[in-house]
Design a protein around this ligand. Structure first.
Ligand code: ZN
Length: 349
């Protein structure tokens, strides 16, 4: 990027924006792995996190990519399917990074700075059946709206555009997360912390004994990081997350739902029964959370997210799961093929 169009990326404000992005990215209660994204608008450009990059690395690696905002907004106004391909709107054709699929969320808001996080406090409300009603009290006085779950990309952007006003600067995305917006980096950060604080829920403390599962060297699995182990030791959490998925990143990074090893099957049998379709994560209740050795970077962080969200769900909470069609759409699967694949996996487990 030698053209002066991109000079903003060398400014102090851009550096501060990257520093805030990294700070948010390092807080696992706000962002896990490659999830979440931030943006800042300057002149005709929207600088947004690139797909697959980690916010936590925003000051160390190239993380932000410039998008031609006018071109994107024009296509959004026409309800054009090209909105689903944010790479089409890259301001620099030589840029190898692709803008996040959630770029349209950022472009939907007029504010200069937009922060989108998978805040575990917010998600623990946003997965409840009556979330919108329940949030009225804790968010009183803020210009917020509740956005029912829609697939990230065009469907989510359309829903946002139909709900917001000029003043809206807090979006609670059903079964997904939080978006805050402001005209300065400082204000956006303060608003994010305020909502995170207002939505704090009681968290069950779980005692995690040191893993007592002896994993044979030839197993495809390893112990998950300690921070992701809690869910195996909390019956209420397991009940809440069993059968289905709560939010998109779970489906994208871990697959559908969570797989539990039932007490009548050994790990060895489990691995032999379905060698072609072993899940990325496997939970042995009361014992351990295991991660497939070939699972991509970030899998442990996604399990941490699940652990933290589930530990905030109370026994009487009525939890809304993503539908079968929601999951298939996230994975770009034909719904019927996806149903058959899931049925096959369940049958061989
Ligand atoms: Zn998201």
């Amino acid at each position: 990027m030698f053209d002066s169009t991109f000079n903003f990326s060398k400014s102090l404000e851009f550096q501060q924006f990257c520093e805030l992005s990294a700070e948010i990215g390092r807080n696992p209660l706000l962002v896990q792995g490659a999830g979440g994204n931030t943006s800042i608008k300057e002149d005709d450009l929207l600088w947004v996190k690139a797909s697959g990059t980690w916010l936590s690395e925003a000051t160390e690696k190239k993380t932000m990519v410039a998008v031609d905002l006018a071109k994107l907004q024009q296509v959004m106004a026409q309800n054009d399917e090209r909105v689903e391909k944010p790479q089409y709107f890259k301001a620099d054709p030589n840029e190898s990074l692709r803008p996040s699929i959630e770029t349209v969320v950022h472009a939907s808001l007029k504010h200069r700075v937009v922060l989108h996080v998978h805040c575990v406090e917010t998600i623990s409300w946003a997965v409840l059946e009556n979330a919108e009603k329940l949030l009225v009290t804790p968010l009183k006085g803020l210009d917020w709206v509740f956005i029912p779950y829609r697939r990230p990309g065009l469907p989510l952007a359309r829903e946002i555009q139909s709900k917001i006003t000029e003043k809206t600067n807090v979006l609670i995305l059903g079964n997904h997360g939080l978006v805050v917006a402001a005209d300065s980096i400082k204000e956006a950060h303060q608003l994010l912390l305020e909502v995170h604080q207002r939505l704090r829920r009681a968290r069950r403390e779980v005692t995690i004994p040191k893993s007592n599962v002896a994993l044979p060297a030839e197993s495809n699995y390893r112990d998950a990081e300690f921070f992701a182990q809690g869910i195996a030791h909390d019956t209420i959490s397991l009940e809440k997350v069993e059968k289905g998925s709560l939010y998109p990143d779970h489906v994208i990074f871990l697959g559908s739902g969570v797989q539990l090893l039932d007490s009548s099957t050994t790990l060895e049998q489990f691995e032999q029964n379905q060698p072609e379709s072993l899940p990325k994560a496997l939970i042995i209740p009361d014992q351990a959370v295991l991660v497939h050795k070939q699972a991509p970077r970030g899998t442990d962080e996604m399990l941490l997210s699940l652990t933290e969200v589930a530990a905030r769900l109370q026994p009487n909470d009525r939890v809304e799961k993503l539908t079968f069609n929601d999951e298939a759409a996230l994975l770009n699967w034909d719904a019927e093929k996806y149903r058959q694949e899931l049925a096959r996996r369940i049958a061989s487990a």
